[in-house]
Design a protein around this ligand. Structure first.
Ligand code: F6P
Length: 298
């Protein structure tokens, strides 16, 4: 990383230019990350800061994104789920990356993603510091969803890294039809279980859960509905990370006209706490999240 030659903060490129460059780096890295997956479906030797054993593909994607994002003049800090500490890359915006969300899906060859959060503040940042968020989805095709400037856009990313907008001003469909809930069912708290039974009893709703948050969230963004990784009896804070998962999906779903919640408030209002802290995550259509919050409040 070329940190020494970087401009001082007054010379730093404008945030707008930097955000465009960050999104460009992530889109162009996507086909390379995808092409690097086949040989990296094995576990790495060290645990990540959350105590999970990453796949070699997680490390590969993290190193690529750290180097390329850190090289941008307007990026001052880089953090990822795979690293304990924030990397100082100069001065400018802060980026948080989940390089390969849902990497346990690598072995069974299911959907994976890369999640990006951009903050205009040092890390860990607050939800209100977020200036853009995006995710890449490695599914049957490679797509990228961005939320920036009050607009959500979907791009298709080609094998050569070129990308083209295929849906502009993406909003959640008004009539929801899918739901996906994580965590072991016996560990759900009773009010949540009752809420789930109510959702399941609606004949217009069907279960879609794939085990990669970003794949499941993208189903909600596409068809309307709700995704949750809830509070659990022995893990009240749930599983997902605030900086890397909670804030960016909250930002994207809210920009698309939906709602996000930690069970009581918008995900964007969750305390920032530590770099790797967790939060329950509930995102989807407004009416479904309102009913969820009411159920948990009883
Ligand atoms: O954060 C990691 C993650 O893989 C998410 O993408 C996903 O929603 C969740 O964990 C799946 O967890 P579980 O294996 O408990 O369903």
């Amino acid at each position: 990383m070329a940190t020494e030659e970087k401009p001082t903060s007054t010379e730093t490129a404008s945030n707008e230019t930097t955000i465009t460059q960050i999104l460009d780096v992530v889109a162009r890295a996507a086909p390379e990350i995808r092409a690097g997956l086949p040989g990296r479906r094995i576990y790495a030797e060290q645990n990540n800061p959350s105590g999970e054993t990453p796949m070699e593909a997680d490390i590969y994607a993290d190193e690529m994104l750290c180097e390329r994002l850190g090289d941008l003049d307007g990026v001052g800090e880089y953090a990822s789920e795979e690293r304990q500490e924030v990397i100082d890359t100069g001065s400018g915006l802060s980026v948080c990356v989940d390089p390969l969300d849902g990497s346990s899906n690598l072995k069974p060859n299911n959907t994976l993603g890369t999640i990006l959060a951009v903050y205009d503040a040092p890390l860990p940042a607050a939800g209100s510091d977020m200036v853009a968020a995006a995710y890449v989805l490695y599914g049957a095709t490679t797509t990228m969803i961005t939320a920036y400037d009050d607009t959500v856009t979907e791009y298709v990313v080609q094998d050569d890294g070129e990308y083209e907008a295929v849906r502009e001003d993406v909003t959640l469909p008004e009539d929801p039809s899918v739901y996906g809930f994580g965590g072991r069912v016996p560990e759900w708290i009773d009010p949540f279980t009752e809420y789930v039974r109510e959702v399941e009893s609606d004949p217009s709703m069907k279960l879609r859960y794939g085990g990669s948050m970003i794949g499941d969230v993208n189903q909600v963004l596409t068809y309307g509905g709700i995704f949750a990784y809830p509070t659990l009896t022995d893990h009240p804070e749930g599983k997902l990370r605030v900086q890397f998962e909670g804030y960016p999906v909250g930002y994207i779903l809210e920009t698309a006209g939906g709602r996000s919640s930690d069970g009581e408030q918008s995900l964007m209002d969750v305390e920032k706490d530590g770099l790797h802290s967790r939060t329950p995550v509930y995102v989807g259509n407004e009416e479904l999240i309102e009913r969820l919050e009411a159920a948990l409040d009883d």
